[in-house]
Structures are given as structure tokens and as C-alpha cells.
Design a binder for this molecule. Structure first.
Ligand SMILES: Nc1nc2c(c(=O)[nH]1)N[C@H]1C(S)=C(S)[C@@H](COP(=O)(O)OP(=O)(O)OC[C@H]3O[C@@H](n4cnc5c(=O)[nH]c(N)nc54)[C@H](O)[C@@H]3O)O[C@H]1N2
Ligand SMILES: Nc1nc2c(c(=O)[nH]1)N[C@H]1C(S)=C(S)[C@@H](COP(=O)(O)OP(=O)(O)OC[C@H]3O[C@@H](n4cnc5c(=O)[nH]c(N)nc54)[C@H](O)[C@@H]3O)O[C@H]1N2
Ligand code: SF4
Ligand SMILES: [Mo]
Length: 721
């Protein structure tokens, strides 16, 4: 028996884990790490089943190559040769714009995703770049990009110190939080209330999070932007805005909010005007306050406007960049910090003409790009850690579209609904054999903190790490071939990083010799050496060794004001009324008078689930984690439903089991995503297959400024079976 420590890679809470292993390397127990200064022993059922996940017999252990319907295990060398042939043939026949790449959610949780995603995209040389971001948080990137100049400058609620938290469209008691890295989110919310703070939840469902709050308000799906405008209106109308606001566009914002009085929005939102006014007064009066909004508001028709107004309120109430308000974390490693003001729409998608955001096109238009003939039609696809057949809007159409590709390669541990279309599947090693550093999540932590986890078990012989898999794909895509040494890629990147650093005035290594710095880098492979370099160049002057010496993680203190450091707008000030966002208010205004749909569909998450891919782990499925349609009993009676219902939308139709509950508003139904498992690929998951809500979601509807998918507020009709 031995004990090992590592960070849980499954969600954004970055919990430290204490693992016990026997001498065969089998994980006998997983507990929270009580010595981790950030997570302090917290763990959830997903983290506790990490050993089971790694030992899932359906996980792929060798690369798979498909010929027709038949799959064969092949050697890694053979697999990379097939990839080289497939990609080269498509590039030679149709050019690089016929390539596409889709990066899924686990890339935000892996070192490989953080370090090799960008080089892979560059090497592919295509503008057809898609990711789960446009099915998730792109509205927040765009609103922060335009307000603060940097799409990664996302302020987080200062959870541990705030006096008042207004939370919209998030359910951290199930999700453990998102764009707000906070292990033991439930405990932090309880602490907020225990210290006399107030916590208000806005959600069309009375969730477990809502049950823990001081107040829960039902809101009509898709109308948060109106509700938030009602608050902005009141702050101006009642002269509640904080004194001395340093921002551009204050007068314009006042003017924009004029027509969205609480009375004008109340009926549409389903929130009484007096309540909207009271929320504004409470936010203004609280010693400190934070407004935080997540998936329920992002993946909606007015996602970007809603995210923008969240931070407008944070600014107007004087809560941006102050303790207890919303603040910017200062991570030990900052990837991709901008030096130039942000813009979207630098290019547009070929078929629908949708603007690029963060260098990506909306996943809502991936099927259009594959199916529509012409110059630049997508013929080959690379996916890394994604399952868009279940996760993208109208995944059913993507399922068909993928069947028509000339070549597809997937980096994924499972044969699933998406990867079954691949010509080659390249499986990464299990979690225990993978190093971990949260490049993508620590920049959104509610306390400055850092932790590196070396692999708990040694690599298996002849099996590449995920970093090596992605580096080799990058070498193949850039034309250097399947035989090229992936270490060359890291050398190139390290060399560029060090050269830039020695030339940067004020950098800790200004004027030093890059070769000497290179010689001093530590780490057993390129990925670790790159981390070492970034830590040494980072604001705390840490190193890989310092992190190895602190296996439980290092607390770097509470968040501190740092707006001046992150601001990157052309004006040098916060932009309250960026033209691109102001423009979208026209669309918002248009809907104010339109009659709302009688019945709308929203999503939800369950604690023991994780998007589409933990349903093959026995202890995590069943019980409350089921694919049912939550519906208010009034609607069941009104529509004469019994047991099951047929749900129809503009995109498709499903028959689903009903779960009547008064925890959901009348006129709203909720179905979780990530279900609808294909037969015979994963044994446990196919026994609990469920249906895919993304058969109903409509890829033709998007949040215009960000191109983000609309998963909440989808008009549907219900009928008895
Ligand atoms: N209707 C509706 N749809 C939604 C949402 C919703 O709320 N409602 N939510 C959206 C959101 S927020 C997101 S983030 C997306 C997620 O969308 P995706 O990222 O496309 O889907 P996931 O289900 O997260 O699939 C993850 C894939 O990565 C694989 N995987 C797991 N670990 C690893 C690893 O370490 N390496 C590699 N290479 N692969 C790995 C899994 O086997 C799985 O195939 O779904 C979106 N879709
Ligand atoms: N257990 C578990 N944890 C996860 C995941 C998972 O699948 N399972 N996925 C991970 C991922 S990829 C992400 S992005 C995060 C997401 O984390 P969260 O943002 O917390 O996501 P959800 O739990 O889906 O909560 C969204 C809430 O929005 C509500 N909602 C729906 N429509 C509206 C609306 O129009 N307005 C308002 N105000 N509310 C609305 C829903 O009822 C739901 O309660 O969770 C992560 N953590
Ligand atoms: S809350 Fe998230 S990070 Fe923590 S144990 Fe659960 S899945 Fe892992
Ligand atoms: Mo997500």
C-alpha cells in the first residue's frame, strides 16, 4: 500500500485528492486531501470514483483503426502512419481550409490540451477551428474582451469575502462551479450565509443551490438580460450608482437602460417589478456584492448581453476589483495574456458568414461547413476530447455529417457517439499515469493558488502520453511526418518563450542568455520543462521544483485588486458600452414585444454526471442521475400527459420519460444533456442510454455577438405518446 496525491481533473473545482494504491498500482481508495490549502479535504462522488474510471474495461488501451464497420487495434507507429496518410491526402486534394478541428471540454483540464492545443491549430493551418467554448462560455469571453480588452480577463466573485451574492443560471451544488474555481463551493456558500451575508439565486428551477439560498426567484428562461437591464435601470433611476466610477460609456449605458424599466421587463421575465427594484437596492446597499451568472445565462439567446450586464452592475455598484466584489485572480502561470485590444469578426465562417471569436467559429455551424459543397468545404476533422454528437446543438445532424467526412481522427479514451465515425482513435493514458497542472482553471480561482501533480503511476511501455500524442499530430499536420521527434516542438516553443522573455523590459530574466536559461530548466519531458519555464517567468517566481516540494499545493493568498494590470482596452479604461454589444440591444428590444413561446426547454446537470462521458462508471449512474424531463404537475395535467411525452422542436423530436416536480416553473421543461448513448460502444452507458437533448436544440439559433449555442429557452411542444 502507498499513498499518493494529485488534483482531480474532472471538474473546475480542482480538488486535491489523497489516493491509496496497492502494489499492483490498483487504486484502493480516493479521499479528499485535507492538507490541500484550497480544497481542504473536499471531494465529490465523481472524484471518489476516479479509480473506477481509470479501470473501466471499456477504455481504449491501444489505437484503433476503422475499415468500414470493422475496428482493429494497431500499434502506435501504424496509427500515426494512417493519420499522416489521411491528413496528407485531404490537404493535397482539397487544401488546408478543408481541415477542421474540434477541441472538447477535457482540454480545459489537461496539461496536454493547454500546451499543445494552440500549436496543433497553428499546424493545421485552417480557420475551421471549433470547440466546446461556443457551446459554453464564449459570451463571457466576448463581453469581457470588449469591456476589459482581454477575453481571459474574467472577474470572479470573491466568494469568501462578499456580503451579497446574486447568482443567475448556475447550480454549483451539482456542477461544483464554473468560471469560478472554488473547491467546496457548497461550503463557501454556507459560510457566506453564516457570516451574515445574503445569497440570492435566479433560476427557472428551484435547484439544490436555490434551496440553500436566502431567496430564490423563478425567471422565464432566456430573459436574464431583461432582468439585469431592469436592475441597471433602477441603479440609474434611483441614483444608486457608486461615486467616482472610472469607466467609458456611463452616459450611454444610462440611456440604453432607460427603456428597460422593471415594469417594462417584469412580465417577460416573470419577476415582479418591485422585486427587480429591490434587487438593485440591495446590491447597491450591501457593503460588498457580486453578481455571477453562468451556463443558464450564457447558452441562451442573449448570452453575451446578459454577461455584459452582469459586469456592468458590478461596475455600477463599485464592486469591480475590490475585495468582496468581483476580482481578477493572479495565477502563477498566465497563458495568452493579451497585449492588443480585443476584437471579434476578424474572419467569418464560409457558409453562414458568422464572425470568429477568440480565433474560433461557432460549433453551431460545424455541420454547415461539412455538408455544404464548394471551395473550403470541410472534408477532414480532428477531435480532441470532445463528443459533439451529444454536446453540440442539433448533434443529430452532426452525427450524419461526420459520416460523410473523408477522414477523421479522434484523441479520446472511448469509442463513443462521435469517435465511432473516426478512421483512427488515439487513446490517451489513464489519469493516474498523467501529470496535471490547471493552466486553464487557476486564472479563475477565488483564491490565488497553485499545485502540480506528477503522474501517480509510471508510463506504460510503448504508450505515448497525451502530450506526445498531440505533439505528434502537430508534427504530422505541419508536414514533418509521422516519424518526426515530438520533442523538437517543445524545444521550439521553449526557445521562443525564453527569447521573448529576455527581450521584455521588466521581465525577471530581462537581458539574460536564453541558452543559459534553457540549460537550467527542470522536468522529465517537454511539457514539464515548459511548465517550469512558465512558472519561473511568472509573477511569483516559482519553479517546477517548488511545486514538487509542495505536493498539497501552495496558497498564494486572497485575491488582490489588479484591474490596471489586466485592462487592455484602447481607451485604457473599462468600456461600459462597447459598440458591438450596444448593437445587440436592438435584437433584445425586438423581442420585448414578441409573444413568448408557451413552452420552453432548458438543461440541467447532475452531481454524479459530467457532460457525456461518465455514464459508463457504474456507481455514478442511476438514482437521481437519470435522463428525465422535469415538468411542472400543472403542465402534466393541462396537456393530459402520463408517464412519457413526445417533445418537438424546430430541430427534432424525442420521446422522454416525465419527472413531474413543482421545483420547475410552469411552462418550462428540463432535460439534462450528454445522454442518448449509442449501442454497444460502452456497456454500462448503453444500458442507461437515455436520449440526447441536442436532438431538440436548434443549430440555426445562436447568441449573435459570440456565436454561442442556445440550449436554454428552446421553444418546444409536448404531446401524449
Ligand atoms: N443541451 C446542452 N448541451 C450542452 C450543454 C448544456 O448545458 N446543454 N453544455 C455544454 C458545455 S458547458 C460543454 S463544456 C460541452 C461539452 O462538450 P464536449 O467537450 O464535446 O463533450 P464532453 O461530453 O465533455 O466529451 C468529452 C470527451 O472527452 C473524452 N475525454 C475524457 N477525458 C479525456 C482526456 O483526458 N483526454 C482526451 N483526449 N479525451 C478525454 C471523453 O471520452 C469524451 O468523449 O457540452 C455542451 N453541450
Ligand atoms: N456534476 C457535473 N458537474 C459539472 C458538469 C456536469 O456535466 N456535471 N459540467 C461541467 C461544465 S462543462 C460546466 S460548463 C459547468 C456548468 O456549471 P453551471 O453553470 O453551474 O451549470 P448547471 O448546473 O447546468 O446550472 C445551470 C442552471 O441554469 C438554470 N437555467 C436554465 N436556463 C436558465 C435561464 O434562462 N436563466 C437562468 N437564470 N437560469 C437558467 C438551470 O435550471 C440550471 O440550474 O459545470 C461543470 N461541472
Ligand atoms: S468537485 Fe470536481 S474536482 Fe472536486 S472531486 Fe468532484 S469532480 Fe473532482
Ligand atoms: Mo462547459
Amino acid at each position: 500500500m502507498r499513498t499518493a496525491h494529485r488534483t482531480c481533473p474532472l471538474c473546475e473545482a480542482v480538488c486535491g485528492l489523497r489516493l491509496t494504491l496497492d502494489d499492483t498500482g490498483h487504486v484502493t481508495s480516493v479521499k479528499g486531501d485535507p492538507d490541500d490549502p484550497f480544497s481542504r479535504g473536499f471531494i465529490c462522488p465523481k472524484g471518489a470514483s476516479l479509480g473506477r474510471l481509470d479501470e473501466d474495461p471499456d477504455r481504449l488501451r491501444a489505437p484503433m483503426v476503422r475499415t468500414g464497420q470493422a475496428w482493429a487495434e494497431v500499434s502506435w507507429e501504424e496509427a500515426f502512419r494512417v493519420v499522416e496518410r489521411g491528413l496528407t491526402s485531404v490537404i493535397e486534394t482539397h487544401g488546408r481550409q478543408s481541415l477542421a478541428v474540434y477541441l472538447g471540454n477535457p482540454n480545459a483540464h489537461s496539461m496536454a490540451g493547454a500546451l499543445y492545443g494552440a500549436p496543433l491549430i497553428r499546424a493545421l493551418g485552417t480557420r475551421n477551428v471549433f470547440s466546446a467554448s461556443t457551446a459554453d462560455q464564449m459570451p463571457k469571453h466576448v463581453s469581457c474582451g470588449l469591456m476589459f480588452g482581454d477575453p481571459l480577463a474574467i472577474p470572479v466573485p470573491d466568494l469568501d469575502r462578499t456580503d451579497y451574492l446574486l447568482m443567475l443560471g448556475a447550480n454549483p451544488l451539482e456542477s461544483n462551479g464554473s468560471l469560478c474555481t472554488a473547491p467546496d463551493f457548497p461550503g463557501r456558500l454556507k459560510a457566506l450565509r453564516a457570516r451574515g451575508g445574503r445569497f440570492v439565486v435566479v433560476d427557472p428551477r428551484r435547484t439544490r443551490t436555490a434551496a440553500l439560498a436566502d431567496e430564490h426567484l423563478f425567471v422565464r428562461p432566456g430573459t436574464d438580460a431583461y432582468l439585469l437591464f431592469g436592475i441597471v435601470h433602477t441603479l440609474f433611476a434611483e441614483d444608486l450608482t457608486s461615486a467616482g466610477i472610472e469607466a467609458e460609456g456611463l452616459a450611454e449605458m444610462r440611456e440604453l437602460a432607460a427603456e428597460f424599466s422593471p415594469k417594462a421587463v417584469a412580465e417577460l421575465c416573470g419577476v415582479p417589478a418591485e422585486t427587480v427594484e429591490r434587487l438593485a437596492r440591495e446590491l447597491a446597499a450591501a457593503p460588498t456584492a457580486a453578481v455571477y451568472a453562468r451556463i443558464g445565462t450564457c447558452t441562451a439567446e442573449f448570452g453575451t448581453v446578459a454577461q455584459w450586464l452582469v459586469d456592468v452592475i458590478n461596475v455600477l455598484t463599485g464592486n469591480l476589483d475590490r475585495p468582496g466584489g468581483v476580482m481578477f485572480a493572479k495565477p502563477a502561470v498566465e497563458i495568452g495574456r493579451r497585449r492588443k485590444p480585443y476584437a471579434t469578426g476578424r474572419w467569418h465562417s464560409r457558409v453562414r458568414g458568422l464572425p470568429e471569436a477568440n480565433g474560433e467559429l461557432p460549433v453551431a455551424t460545424l455541420a454547415d461547413e461539412i455538408e455544404t459543397p464548394g471551395e473550403g468545404q470541410v472534408r477532414a476533422l480532428v477531435t480532441v476530447a470532445g463528443n459533439p454528437v451529444l454536446s453540440a446543438p442539433n448533434g443529430t445532424r452532426l452525427d450524419r455529417a461526420f459520416g460523410g467526412l473523408e477522414f477523421m481522427v479522434c484523441v479520446d479514451p472511448y469509442l463513443n457517439e462521435t469517435t465511432r465515425h473516426a478512421d483512427v482513435i488515439l487513446p490517451p493514458p489513464p489519469v493516474m499515469r498523467t501529470p496535471h497542472y490547471d493552466f486553464a482553471l487557476l486564472p479563475f480561482a477565488v483564491r490565488n493558488y497553485t499545485r502540480f501533480s506528477p503522474p501517480v503511476l509510471p508510463p506504460e511501455p510503448d504508450r505515448p502520453t497525451e502530450a506526445e500524442i498531440l505533439a505528434r499530430l502537430t508534427m504530422i499536420a505541419s508536414g514533418q511526418g509521422a516519424q518526426a521527434d515530438p520533442a523538437l516542438l517543445d524545444e521550439l516553443i521553449i526557445d521562443q518563450m525564453l527569447r521573448r522573455a529576455v527581450e521584455t523590459p521588466g521581465s525577471p530574466v530581462e537581458g539574460r542568455d536564453p541558452a543559459e536559461l534553457r540549460a537550467g530548466l527542470q522536468g522529465g519531458n517537454g511539457a514539464e520543462q515548459r511548465l517550469d519555464a512558465m512558472l519561473k517567468l511568472g509573477p511569483y517566481g516559482l519553479s517546477l521544483q517548488a511545486l514538487l516540494d509542495a505536493p498539497h499545493g501552495i496558497d498564494l493568498g486572497p485575491l488582490r485588486p489588479r484591474l490596471a494590470e489586466v485592462l487592455c482596452t484602447a481607451s485604457g479604461r473599462v468600456e461600459l458600452a462597447p459598440p458591438q454589444l450596444v448593437e445587440d440591444v436592438v435584437r433584445l428590444r425586438g423581442r420585448l414585444a414578441a409573444p413568448p413561446a408557451e413552452m420552453v426547454l432548458i438543461g440541467r446537470r447532475h452531481l454524479r454526471s459530467n457532460n457525456s462521458w461518465l455514464h459508463n462508471v457504474g456507481p455514478l449512474v442511476g438514482g437521481s442521475n437519470r435522463c428525465t424531463l422535469q415538468i411542472n404537475p400543472q403542465d402534466v395535467a393541462r396537456l393530459g400527459l402520463d408517464g412519457h411525452a413526445v417533445v418537438r422542436s424546430a430541430a427534432g423530436e424525442l420521446t422522454v420519460p416525465l419527472e413531474p416536480t413543482d421545483a420547475i416553473m410552469p411552462g418550462v421543461v428540463s432535460l439534462p444533456h450528454g445522454w442518448g448513448h449509442a449501442e454497444s460502444t460502452q456497456r454500462v452507458a448503453s444500458e442507461h442510454a437515455g436520449v440526447s437533448v441536442n436532438t431538440l436544440t436548434d443549430e440555426s439559433e445562436i447568441d449573435v455577438p459570440s456565436g454561442n449555442a442556445v440550449f436554454n429557452g428552446v421553444p418546444v411542444t409536448l404531446a401524449p405518446v
